[in-house]
Design a protein around this ligand. Structure first.
Ligand SMILES: [Zn+2]
Length: 117
C-alpha cells in the first residue's frame, strides 16, 4: 500500500488538495462527482471513498476543512465501500495483540501447525 499526504495553505492551487476525491491517483482519470461516497462525517472531517471505473483502484481519503483551508490524506486500498463501513469503527490493534502474535510465532510448534494447516 502507498500512503500520500498533502497539505496546502488556502489560495495557492487550492484545488490540488481535492485531487484525492477528484481524480484517480494511479491513472489520473477524473471521477464523476457521484463516484465519491462519504463514509462518515465528524466535526468537519470527512471520510470519503472513491472507486476508479477505469483501473479499478480504490481510495479512502480523509478531508479536513479548517481556517488553513482543506487538507487531505489519501490511501490507496483494496477495500470495498462495504469493507470501509464495516471496519471504520473497529478497535485498533493493541500492543497486547501484537505481543500475542509475537509469542505465538516464538513457538515452533504453532508455526508448524499453521503451515500444516
Ligand atoms: Zn484509475
Amino acid at each position: 500500500m502507498q500512503n500520500f499526504e498533502r497539505q496546502q495553505p488556502e489560495g495557492k492551487d487550492g484545488n490540488k488538495d481535492l485531487k484525492w476525491v477528484s481524480s484517480c491517483p494511479l491513472c489520473a482519470t477524473e471521477y464523476a462527482p457521484e463516484e465519491a461516497r462519504i463514509v462518515s462525517e465528524k466535526e468537519g472531517a470527512f471520510l470519503v471513498y472513491t472507486n476508479c471505473k477505469k483501473c479499478g483502484s480504490s481510495v479512502i481519503a480523509t478531508l479536513i476543512a479548517n481556517q488553513m483551508g482543506i487538507s487531505s490524506v489519501g490511501l490507496i486500498t483494496d477495500l470495498t465501500y462495504d469493507d470501509v463501513v464495516k471496519f471504520k469503527d473497529c478497535d485498533s490493534i493493541s500492543t497486547d495483540d501484537i505481543l500475542n502474535v509475537y509469542e505465538f510465532f516464538q513457538k515452533k510448534e504453532s508455526v508448524k501447525a499453521l503451515i500444516a494447516g
